[in-house]
Write a protein that binds this ligand. Structure first.
Ligand SMILES: O=C(O)CCC(=O)C(=O)O
Length: 296
């Protein structure tokens, strides 16, 4: 099946904690997806939404933006993910990481699972899809091979304005940059990384935007261990464990009807508020992306 990983690729993922580059879309298809993202920015970057558009881009975008839910169901992506976590696949969050050209936005060294409340599971994987040229110059990710074999290491919050992470969290132990692999991708290619992978990304000194879609997939057996409840969208197979409140893809884009429970924008607030118990655990400052009713 298109996208399914070979035995040796699965072994490489188990050894290194990542895989790239994987071809998912042609350059033209990726360009079309990029223009869809950019038309959302053109049409909705005003005050018609309860929160700034970037909030919906950065966390749980699948709940309110059909485009992100649609990308997450791409068979070639799901086939690759299935090779790693099995045939039952749920989407926990879809996120856009955008760095404007010539800007200082970075992502500090971190392990994804640190504040998600999902424990140290091996059954979560991020598929990160490039919708632009993703190079060293444009601020590609860097991975440390084999770092996922460690447990979750201590992190500290920086809340740095140029950090794209919700609390600017960074690993509090030394990471040797010499160990880093640069995850360069062409538009339409993706990488896969383990939730305990040490990873970071640099500023965009190129002349184009750097646009990536991060899709956080879990097997249904993963469970929320900090917040009282959590939500996920079934992508393939079945959710037999029932650890998750199952949510459906949005019926329409920011549909006015979605202002009323149980539809998308209300559901979005409900999910943020539930997840904030995990995502803001131990934070000394406000974790903007998870603040009730507040702009991000
Ligand atoms: O897009 C980036 O630069 C970082 C993304 C990231 O940290 C992630 O997807 O886990």
């Amino acid at each position: 099946m298109a996208g399914s990983l070979t035995v040796s690729a699965v072994e490489a993922y188990a050894r290194d904690g990542f895989l790239f580059p994987l071809d998912i879309f042609s350059g033209d298809q990726a360009w079309t997806l990029r223009t869809e993202v950019e038309s959302l920015e053109r049409d909705w970057s005003d005050d018609r939404l309860p929160r700034p558009l970037n909030q919906y881009f950065r966390v749980n975008g699948q709940v309110v933006i059909p485009l992100l839910a649609r990308i997450a169901t791409t068979p070639a992506i799901l086939n690759a993910v299935e090779s790693l976590i099995g045939p039952d696949i749920m989407l926990w969050s879809a996120e856009l990481f955008i760095k404007e050209p010539g800007t200082a936005k970075i992502v500090s060294w971190h392990q994804d699972l640190t504040y998600w409340g999902l424990g140290e599971t091996d059954d979560e994987v991020t598929a990160w899809l490039a919708l632009s040229e993703v190079s060293r110059a444009s601020g590609c990710m860097r991975f440390v091979a084999g770092s996922h074999h460690q447990r979750i290491v201590p992190h500290r919050d920086t809340f740095h304005a140029d950090n794209l992470l919700s609390r600017g969290q960074e690993i509090a132990v030394e990471v040797d940059e010499a160990d880093a692999r640069f995850v360069e991708l062409h538009p339409g290619q993706m990488s896969l990384h383990h939730g305990r992978m040490f990873h970071a990304s640099g500023p965009n000194v190129s002349s184009d935007r750097r646009i990536g879609v991060a899709l956080r997939y879990i097997a249904p057996g993963v469970w929320q261990q900090v917040a009282e409840r959590d939500y996920a969208m079934l992508m393939r197979g079945a959710d037999r464990e029932r650890n998750w409140i199952n949510v459906a893809p949005p019926a329409g884009l920011f549909d006015p009807a979605a202002l009323f429970d149980p539809a998308a924008l209300v559901l979005y607030e409900e999910i943020l508020s539930a997840q904030s118990a995990a995502l803001a655990q131990g934070a000394e400052g406000q974790v903007g992306l998870y603040q009730a009713g507040a702009p991000a």
